[in-house]
Design a protein around this ligand. Structure first.
Ligand SMILES: *[C@@H]1O[C@H](CO)[C@@H](O)[C@H](O)[C@H]1NC(C)=O
Ligand SMILES: *[C@@H]1O[C@H](CO)[C@@H](O)[C@H](O)[C@H]1NC(C)=O
Ligand SMILES: *[C@@H]1O[C@H](CO)[C@@H](O)[C@H](O)[C@H]1NC(C)=O
Length: 396
């Protein structure tokens, strides 16, 4: 928020403006805290008094406004059991897991029209995308992630990214993102290494940004840049959820439970005891894509302050939910493990399947473009239309 106002002061250069802006900022902060306390959830087991304290202190420290000092490696990490025998990547994780603040290279503080106005955003699409995935972003902007009014409510889009490579390669990719930003204004980029094992960090940085810039956003879709998301269906589902009312918490996707950390060092998902002690993970939703309420996103952010980072980002979200006493839920329309097509001789690209889904994992850019247009076709006839079957389900 401070950042926006610095800009307006600079561009308008008048003292009066800065007084007005300062006053507005105070009012905004006042309503922010007032609003949050007004909206205390009754049926949830969240320790709200605690939450409020966290939110206030984290908002006040405003780490983004001070160039964060370079995060130093934690030498004490070498004291964990059997440190020398751990793979290099795990050593790296242990050395740097406490680092949670990185400077922003690309920001869009007014994406939601300002913090207080962010309730105008019904669905914020938050898409994890690495700098190199230029073609995917191009297709998403033209298809399901298009910023638009859908059934009367606003969909907004943000790609979240870190940096890749070093030296010239890094500069080149940063420049690419900057060019895209000047045209589309839809990228948040932080100066950290964008790797599979840093996805949790990316999530936390986003949530911190959201708390600052879009705290009243109604709902968020959080997902990968290679999924097919039927965002119009998401809006219908969420509008129905809102209409039914009764609770603020929502976290829905492909539910995974009764699993634990993989202790095999060869696996991409390897997590040794030194990083995560317990043999079981709490229930969580597969990271390919899930829907959550703005309320739940803020609760997750608050809880994340006191949970050490583990490199598996979707599990980490589950850990934050568990700590808040909130549950993730399964939604049949989210197929992050691929689409189950009943029967053989069926066209796996039958648009009728995609028309009633919320999300299907992994689709090539060209297929994405084609499918999005096919499901928009008013002449598309789906014989046994089961539409609505997946849209209206609730596990309350
Ligand atoms: C902030 O939003 C609330 C409603 O959400 C509104 O009542 C209030 O006037 C707004 N404050 C400012 C400064 O715009
Ligand atoms: C550094 O690592 C040690 C051992 O894992 C841990 O106890 C300590 O809290 C870490 N320090 C920071 C600043 O995270
Ligand atoms: C995560 O990002 C930080 C900052 O760029 C980097 O030091 C660290 O090596 C990265 N961790 C992994 C596991 O890639």
């Amino acid at each position: 928020m401070l950042r926006i106002c610095k800009q307006c002061i600079q561009t308008q250069g008048s003292k009066i403006t800065s007084v007005i802006v300062g006053a507005l900022l105070l009012v905004t902060l006042f309503y922010y805290f007032k609003d949050f306390s007004d909206s205390n959830p009754k049926p949830l087991q969240v320790d709200v008094s605690n939450n409020r304290r966290y939110i206030k202190s984290s908002s006040r420290s405003l780490p983004h406004d001070h160039p964060s000092p370079k995060c130093e490696r934690n030498i004490s990490a070498e004291h964990v059991k059997n440190f020398p025998s751990l793979p290099a990547i795990i050593k790296d994780i242990l050395y740097y897991r406490h680092c949670r603040h990185f400077p922003m290279l690309l920001d869009i503080p007014d994406k939601c029209g300002g913090a207080n106005e962010s309730s105008d955003v019904f669905l914020l699409l938050v898409i994890k995308s690495s700098a190199v995935n230029y073609d995917r972003r191009e297709v998403l902007r033209k298809t399901w992630a298009k910023e638009r009014l859908s059934n009367g409510v606003w969909i907004r889009r943000i790609f979240i990214s870190g940096t890749m490579g070093t030296g010239y390669e890094k500069k080149k990719l940063n420049y690419l993102l900057k060019l895209e930003q000047s045209k589309y204004n839809d990228i948040l980029q932080w100066d950290f290494k964008d790797s599979f094992y840093n996805l949790t960090l990316k999530q936390i940085l986003f949530l911190e940004w959201m708390e600052r810039n879009c705290p009243y956003t109604n709902f968020l879709f959080n997902g990968d840049d290679d999924v097919f998301a039927n965002t119009d269906n998401m809006v219908l589902y969420l509008q129905n959820f809102k209409r039914i009312g009764g609770r603020k918490h929502l976290f829905a996707g492909h539910l995974i439970y009764n699993v634990g950390p993989i202790r095999n060092p060869q696996s991409k998902y390897y997590v040794p005891k030194q990083v995560y002690e317990s043999e079981s993970y709490p229930a969580y939703c597969g990271g390919g894509g899930f829907l959550l309420s703005g309320y739940t996103a803020l609760v997750i952010y608050i809880k994340s302050h006191s949970i050490p980072i583990i490199p598996i980002d979707d599990v980490y979200m589950g850990m934050c939910l568990a700590k808040a006493g909130l549950r993730p839920e399964h939604h049949l329309g989210v197929r992050t493990a691929g689409l189950y097509v009943p029967g053989k001789n069926v066209d796996v690209f039958d648009p009728c399947f995609y028309k009633e889904m919320l999300l299907v994992h992994r689709m090539l850019s060209g297929d994405m473009y084609t499918m999005w247009h096919r499901i928009q076709d008013p002449d598309l006839e789906c014989a046994t239309s089961e539409s609505g079957k997946y849209l209206n389900q609730f596990w309350l």
